[in-house]
Design a protein around this ligand. Structure first.
Ligand code: 13P
Length: 261
């Protein structure tokens, strides 16, 4: 059984709820016009929290096959945590996925691997699939320590999760130096780390579980470079930032199989 690729558009703090419905509608049309096979590639959008209700209403009304999720989740189930959003709230809005541990949350909100593992656990316990982000900064890559660094993040995050539930997670390898910079990792760079992550998952959860888990690449993914990255054995999809805000471009990214380089 092979892994179904996942193309997930992380909108970050872009697009209000009106722009969100227009964007999802255009994405759906673009894919429909191309006779896109939603069973062959899973397409997800990850809008800001304030857009989720509008996206849910549109997706449900038009019976779209596009799935969606949040960009963060609280480690706590409920209570006095001003500004936080619980996994249960995301479930109520029909979210399938939630990003945890994005490098921007690690950098600007001081999130630790321990917290991120707790958030991933809160998500799986509620039935949402966490997309766990890992990846090194430029200085670490220049020292040649990127594989060891990223695997240490995997160990620390997954160490917070129950052994039987952890394999439900999706992992996104996002080298920080490639995020929003236009500097994409080479396919070999992406494969080196994604392959090492899968090996580590195999030692943690067994070969079969590791074989079934999806590992995404993120960092300046565009229609023009997605096919060669997706051709790598251990890359099972993309976590797409800037390019996912343009529905025509994101639709082309989802159709990577038609333009294998
Ligand atoms: P860009 O695709 O804009 O480089 O962003 C990648 C990212 O951070 C997705 O989570």
């Amino acid at each position: 059984m092979s892994r179904i690729p996942l193309m997930a558009g992380n909108w970050k703090m872009n697009l209000d709820h009106l722009e969100a419905t227009a964007t999802v509608q255009r994405l759906h049309w673009a894919l429909q016009d191309a006779n896109f096979d939603f069973n062959a590639v899973e397409v997800a959008v990850l809008p800001p929290f304030t857009d989720l209700r509008s996206v849910q209403t549109l997706v449900d009304a038009d019976k779209m096959s596009i799935v969606y999720g949040g960009q963060d989740v609280s480690i706590n189930p409920a209570g006095a945590y001003t500004g936080e959003i619980s996994a249960r709230m995301l479930v109520k809005l029909g979210c399938k996925y939630v990003v945890v541990g994005h490098s921007e949350r690690r950098q600007f909100h001081g999130e630790t691997d321990k917290l991120i593992g707790g958030k991933a656990m809160a998500a799986v316990l509620s039935g949402i699939t966490p997309i766990v982000c890992v990846g090194e900064a430029l200085a670490i890559r220049k020292r040649g320590e990127h594989v060891a660094y990223t695997l240490a993040q995997i160990d620390a995050v997954f160490g917070e999760m129950a052994q039987d539930l952890a394999p439900r997670a999706v992992i996104a390898y996002e080298p920080i130096w490639a995020i929003g910079t236009g500097e994409v990792a080479t396919p070999a760079d992406a494969q080196e780390v994604c392959g090492a992550i899968r090996e580590r998952l195999a030692s943690l959860y067994g070969r079969q579980a590791a074989w079934q888990m999806r590992i995404l690449y993120g960092g300046s993914v565009k229609a023009s470079n997605v096919a060669s990255i997706m051709a790598e054995a251990d890359v099972d999809g993309g976590l797409v930032g800037g390019a996912s805000l343009d529905p025509a471009e994101f639709a082309k990214i989802c159709r990577f199989a038609e333009h294998i380089a």
